[in-house]
Design a protein around this ligand. Structure first.
Ligand SMILES: Nc1ncnc2c1ncn2[C@@H]1O[C@H](COP(=O)(O)OP(=O)(O)OP(=O)(O)O)[C@@H](O)[C@H]1O
Length: 244
């Protein structure tokens, strides 16, 4: 059996008295796009902050490509690529400069970095913009650069925190298609969203509501299990029960 790209086991987290995650357990297989679906305040960003070690996880365990992110943080984070909700590119640097900086942080030689940068920009149809300052790019193209950056060190797991927020429909569709393609090639992907139209039937689903995992499984299986017909109904059923 191949090592999962991500394992989250019995993770809880609170901001003072405010519980944000309550005994969260799930895993993401290599080669699968897993959608972390939850309404505002479900705990998605908190979970990402624990996986990326922006916060320390005091309970449970998080493993990336088999490496415990608390006991083996260097190995764990070396296998992780992240696209945060807020853009984090330097607007006054060119696309290539932003990417080279990130590659250097991961210890890639200049030659290897340039090879990887060219390959990722080609795949994203962005190679002609490599000498363009990021400030001159549209939101959709900036997101593509962030995806390229997250992939430079060939991670086993790609985390995306609502990456399509603010993008126009063609840019959203291109990004959704690109990320699903990465999963088909073998990468594990965890994509946080509250937009159900970004989900494909063969994706894995993790429904989070008020800090608890409400369902996991392949989208079509979860729909069948809940005896509904659409993902919208799944979302409604699983996120409405406590507010009623
Ligand atoms: N810094 C903080 N201090 C106190 N409470 C917080 C803090 N950050 C988040 N919370 C609370 O923790 C819970 C989970 O928030 P989180 O931001 O992780 O959810 P989310 O699913 O990412 O939501 P969104 O889609 O709005 O980003 C919410 O109840 C939120 O109000």
């Amino acid at each position: 059996m191949t090592t999962p790209a991500l394992e989250v086991e019995h993770v809880s987290f609170a901001y003072g008295p405010q519980k944000a995650l309550d005994d969260v357990t799930f895993s993401v297989e290599a080669g699968r796009c897993a959608i972390l679906l939850g309404p505002n305040g479900a705990g998605k960003t908190t979970l990402f902050n624990l996986i990326t070690r922006l916060f320390d996880s005091p309970t449970g365990a998080i493993r990336i490509a088999g490496y415990d992110n608390r006991r083996q943080p260097c190995q764990a984070l070396a296998h992780l690529g992240v696209v945060f909700q807020q853009p984090t590119l330097d607007l006054d640097l060119t696309v290539a400069q932003n990417l080279r900086y990130h590659a250097a942080l991961h210890g890639l030689s200049r030659r290897e970095a340039d090879r990887r940068i060219a390959a990722e920009l080609e795949r994203l149809e962005m190679i002609q913009y490599r000498k363009t300052k990021v400030r001159a790019l549209s939101g959709g193209y900036r997101r593509r650069v962030e995806i390229a950056r997250a992939l430079l060190h060939c991670p086993a797991l790609l985390l995306l925190d609502e990456p399509t927020v603010g993008l126009d429909i063609p840019s959203r569709m291109a990004l959704v298609e690109h990320v699903h393609g990465l999963a088909r090639e073998g990468m594990g992907v965890l994509w946080a969203t509250h937009l159900i139209d970004e989900v494909e039937p063969s994706d894995a689903l993790i429904v989070l509501h008020r800090g608890k995992v409400r369902a996991t499984g392949i989208v079509t299986e979860v729909i069948r299990r809940l005896e509904v017909t659409t993902l919208a109904e799944v979302f409604e059923v699983l996120t409405a029960e406590e507010t009623a």
